[in-house]
Design a protein around this ligand. Structure first.
Ligand code: ADP
Ligand code: MG
Length: 225
């Protein structure tokens, strides 16, 4: 059993290599997240938070360095295995909810489970349980457009957890919300994460929210400060 959920080592990433506008974003980033640990990733805009999260979540590849999830080196896996890990073991939350507009809140959480071979009734029960835990169960039948910004984001949290990942990556999950809503939605996210025993890396530039996590890592000049 591995007690380190995420371990990234020596990550380097540049954009536009060899072209005008070449930018070295990550200069050798190393960090690890233990089982059940919730870590804040803090850095100003443009520092590379999204780049790091995308690489950790296997949505992008580093130029150098390794990503291990649950003790397994992902950089050595083929595309199919990486896709399976991304689908089963990693939950991703963006600043914008990215819910499917033509489906209800419940259906948005059911669909990824069906894609994973879960039966409709089991998937619905799990989706409803998740919605209840974030206080949006009474809105289960509504489409995203009929929900408030805070509700949309709560549903997006549930969708990220639909397939019971072991690692949650969140990219400024409350960054689009007004301060009051942001606080409530953040509390809901933390309760969901804690009660699931998930490990999480949550990017934010809100130091007050960051202080409520287990640990803060700062990204500065492409390195963990
Ligand atoms: P953050 O999430 O902390 O705001 P990002 O990881 O989005 O930072 O971006 C870090 C730097 O990399 C910025 O200078 C940004 O302009 C640049 N960058 C990000 N993505 C790309 C891309 N696809 N092509 C070129 N430059 C990019
Ligand atoms: Mg970003």
């Amino acid at each position: 059993m591995n007690d380190v959920t995420l371990k990234v080592d020596g990550l380097k990433k540049a954009y536009n290599i060899g072209k005008p506008g070449e930018v070295q974003v990550l200069h050798g980033v190393s960090l690890q997240i233990g089982k059940g640990e919730v870590v804040a990733l803090v850095a100003p805009s443009g520092a590379g938070k999204s780049t790091l999260l995308h690489i950790a979540g296997l949505l992008d590849s580093p130029d150098d360095g390794t990503v291990a999830i649950g003790g397994e080196d992902m950089t050595k896996l083929g595309d199919r295995k990486r896709t399976a890990v991304r689908r089963n073991d990693v939950g991703f939350i963006y600043q914008f909810h990215h819910l499917l507009p033509e489906f209800s809140a419940l259906e948005n959480i059911v669909l990824p489970q069906l894609a994973n071979g879960i039966t409709q009734s089991v998937a619905e029960a799990h989706a409803l349980d998740l919605l209840t835990r974030v206080g949006v169960d009474t809105r289960a039948d509504h489409r995203p457009a009929a929900l408030s910004g805070g509700e949309q984001q709560r549903v997006a949290f549930c969708r990220a957890l639909a397939n019971k990942p072991k690692l949650l990556l969140a990219d400024e999950p409350t960054g689009n919300l007004d301060p009051g809503t942001s606080d409530q939605v953040f509390v809901a996210l933390m309760e969901l994460v804690r009660s699931s025993g998930l490990s999480a890396l949550i990017a934010t530039h809100n130091l007050e929210l960051a202080a409520r996590m287990d640990r803060i890592v700062k990204l500065e000049a492409g390195l963990i400060a």
